[in-house]
Design a protein around this ligand. Sequence first.
Ligand code: ADP
Length: 461
Amino acid sequence: MKILLAASEVVPFAKTGGLADVAGALPLALEKLGQEIIIAIPRYKAVSASRFKMKRLSGDISYSTLGEDIKVYFIENNKYFNRDGLYGDKAGDYKDNLDRFSYYCKRTLGLLKEIKFQPDIIHCHDWQSALIPVYLKKLYAEDSFFKNTKTMLTIHNIGYQGLFPKEEFAKLGLDWSLFDMEMLEFYGKVNILKGGIVFSDLITTVSHTYSKEIQTKQFGFGMEGILNRRQNSVFGILNGLDYSIWNPETDKFIAKNYSLENLQDKCQNKDDLQKICRLPAKEDVPLFGIVSRLAEQKGFDILAEAIESIMKMNLQLIILGTGDQKYHLLLEDIAKKYPKVLSLYLKFDDPLAHKIYAGSDIFLMPSKYEPCGLGQMISLRYATVPLVFKTGGLADTVNSDNGFVFDSYKKEDLIKTIKQTIEVFKNKKKWNMLLKRAMQCNFSWEESAKKYIQLYEKSKA
Ligand code: ADP
């Protein structure tokens, strides 16, 4: 099948979040499964011509390659993309984001004609590429070049929709009749993601549970109605994990490599981590780890309420993360008060993250909502038992066989589940069985890519 993947960020070229990981890893898996795939992305200032062996196709298009032979086309535009940030700077989102990403979408469709690449499917990601299905259905409806082209929109986090003032609608080059609450209008504003939801042939999200949750008022951020109407076209496919990076057998950042066969070596990583984090070197005290954005979405509201009680339990906790200032301040106070229990790192630190995944006994991830989540999948591979709230991708990957789950989003339930975990930790036989089951979980990109191919085929049927 011929596929175009359209995303505003793709690893290794540009990244601000999980979307880039997916957009970089999925094409590699699709290529291995024999699909013909190309990628189109804006050319931001930071994309280095020499590092990526960039070649020139035309005045405003350059390209590089990924995997064996995946062409990655860069849409250039000095005015729009030659900036340090992808979507904004310290002052907030760029004011011309609608201009920038509508341009990217239009130019991408024009490019396909120039390179004579007729996709069976255009796979768009998040609001930045969500205008492609709209343009295809409205501006190219009569164009025979695209007559067999279908579209899929993957929503990575429905909290981000691309909302703009009504006055900007005219810049999209679409008929005003589309500024309608059944299409691109949302409470008087332009909502780009909504346009993508309405006009894509298929819609996916990054876990099965999240695909159901976003159809409810609680999780839908206002999109539940429109998604409900399209429920037969909404699917969830779990993201994969890159096991070439996240593998305790080969991980270069951790003190001692280990696998299912020599799981006892994991304890050397705990020892190492306790030393680094200046926590008492105690093997029999359960060590909890958190690697996360410090945000309400990640469960820090109930964690903040519960933290004093947690500090009084027989455990140790390491937190690595950055985010909301209020959580920085609160956790700094707690770390000062309980230096033998809490070790706090308010920074982004990839090597330390690897050490925490390997050295902790339990990975704490009580997210309020979680489209997919990587932390729990990584920790499972490192035989670090996840403790999660039952939502989104967490509900789809963690259960009582491989971890601990609480299903009522309250500090009391979080505290209760931590206590249960500590009890199970004392039972070495039970705990070891849990570790083994955790480590055997497999969330590979190959499986996810196969599911995407099935859906691509479904869109053609
Ligand atoms: P998000 O919603 O932030 O994308 P995910 O769980 O999907 O959450 O992915 C977060 C990724 O970022 C994980 O790989 C996690 O290890 C990493 N990460 C988050 N915060 C930090 C940090 N402070 N230092 C290092 N890695 C981090």
